[in-house]
Design a protein around this ligand. Structure first.
Ligand code: IMP
Length: 428
């Protein structure tokens, strides 16, 4: 069975925990998009510190799983090597179980600098990126002549030539556009590349070939999406999105496998909504309710530490993500976070200029002005962390899940009641 995990909101839905859980039955776990902008927190055992991963597939905690980073990823070698070293300290030899694509694009220091300069220059119009150089890296991929791929690390002579030209180009660009007067030096960047080349050489492969062979041998493939559908470059809340296809639509391009290689799409959402960075957020609660959810759910970015914006569950947005991704089943995370609220609200429709909309709007100018129609449900007080079966949840919590499921029209198969591996309640 080949499963693709997709975020149904604006990222941070707790995908890492589900990937970790499903990895028990997977042969390969495949990270196929985004880069070190993502942050996956995996709790292996509640008695030990959690694992915070940005690039490493969350399946790495399972010894028998081969982890693969495909061509669609913006690969920050420094971050990846840092994660490999961090895992080694905790007894996990990640390199034994990790393969990366030569076709993946390298995130360089000048990409991060460009991200920062661009955001600083935009003032109020900024996107609120994670400043991990993701947008500039993917821009260079599209530009082609200014791109560096992982495979370039295998041909140092060619890389030296390209790098010299690119560094000169970036310095000229930054000075002209941003008045930048601290040009980048070529030598230290080249030294870094040489180090990456040595370190990564044993694990660079053609992941397209590897995946096709594994598929042919009926291995169980688990695809780990990064960010969420509403941050998808094509189908998200543009321009406040990330620079890759964070929904499932990008999977074939980002892996080289056809769409029919996936048997089941599993969408992950939280029992409420969150968003980091700028952009429209119709059900946002910039008030005591939002503060309550942020504190209780520890809603601070894994990558940047920024406080996340919080709001009610937006069924219009999630239903849209389900359509885009062809989602078969849903996991609802963080139900425990809602405990203690007297009333729970679910956004069931958007109104724009007096009219009810019947589809998620494509334009930011519309989405930023819609008004939410809410359905109010009864809240619950109990602590859910020790609950092991759906039937043991308080009646109001069960009814909340059942009502959301009814609105979405797709089964909610699992419900998260805490951060730990075991704190997931299965249904049906
Ligand atoms: P970028 O991906 O760093 O260019 O940021 C673009 C937008 O995507 C910003 O609003 C970020 O906050 C958001 N973003 C990127 N990665 C994540 C993530 O893993 N979780 C949540 N938001 C993200």
């Amino acid at each position: 069975m080949n499963i693709c995990i997709v975020g149904l909101q604006w990222g941070d839905e707790g995908k890492g925990k589900i990937v970790d859980r499903l990895s028990e039955k997977a042969d390969l776990v495949i990270r196929y998009s985004g880069g070190a902008n993502a942050g996956h927190t995996v709790v292996r055992d509640s008695s030990e510190e959690s694992f915070k991963l940005h690039l490493m597939p969350s399946g790495i905690l399972h010894e028998n799983v081969l982890c693969v980073i495909t061509n669609g990823v913006a690969l920050d070698a420094e971050v990846l090597l840092g994660e490999i070293a961090g895992l080694k300290k905790r007894g996990i030899e990640a390199k034994n179980n990790l393969r990366i694509s030569g076709r993946a694009h390298l995130v360089m220091d000048y990409h991060k600098k460009q991200d920062q300069l661009s955001e600083d220059s935009l003032g109020k119009a900024k996107i609120g990126t994670t400043v991990r150089g993701i947008g500039p890296c993917y821009s260079d991929k599209v530009m082609r002549t200014t791109a560096l791929r992982v495979a370039d690390l295998q041909n140092m002579d060619g890389l030296k030539e390209k790098l010299k030209r690119i560094v000169e180009y970036k310095n000229t660009l930054f000075a002209a556009l941003y008045d930048d007067n601290e040009p980048l030096e070529y030598e230290p960047i080249l030294e870094k590349c040489q180090y990456w080349a040595e370190q990564l050489a044993p694990i660079i492969v053609d992941t397209t070939e590897l995946l096709h062979k594994a598929w042919g041998q009926n291995k169980n493939l688990l695809f780990e999406g990064a960010q969420g559908t509403l941050l998808d470059l094509d189908h998200g809340t543009f321009p406040y999105v990330t620079s890759s296809n964070a929904s499932a639509v990008g999977l074939p391009a980002a892996t080289g496998l056809p769409g029919r290689a996936v048997d089941r799409y599993l969408g992950i959402c939280k029992a409420y909504s969150t968003r980091v960075g700028a952009g429209p957020f119709p059900s946002e609660q910039d008030n005591k309710i939002g503060d309550y959810i942020r504190d209780k759910g520890h809603e601070y970015g894994t990558t940047t530490g920024r406080p996340r914006r919080c709001g009610w569950f937006d069924a219009v947005a999630v239903e849209y993500s389900i359509r885009i991704g062809g989602i078969n089943e849903v996991v609802m995370q963080h139900l425990d976070t809602l405990s203690g609220l007297k009333e729970l609200k679910v956004c069931t429709a958007y109104h724009y200029q007096g009219k009810k909309l019947d589809f998620f709007p494509a334009e930011e100018s519309v989405l930023s002005q819609v008004e939410c129609e809410y359905e109010t449900l009864t809240g619950f007080d109990q602590n859910l962390r020790a609950v092991c079966s759906f039937e043991d949840l308080p009646m109001a919590a069960q009814q909340y899940v059942q009502r959301v499921e009814e609105i979405l029209g797709v089964p909610i198969r699992m419900v998260g009641v805490g951060p730990g591996r075991e704190q997931l309640v299965s249904r049906g």
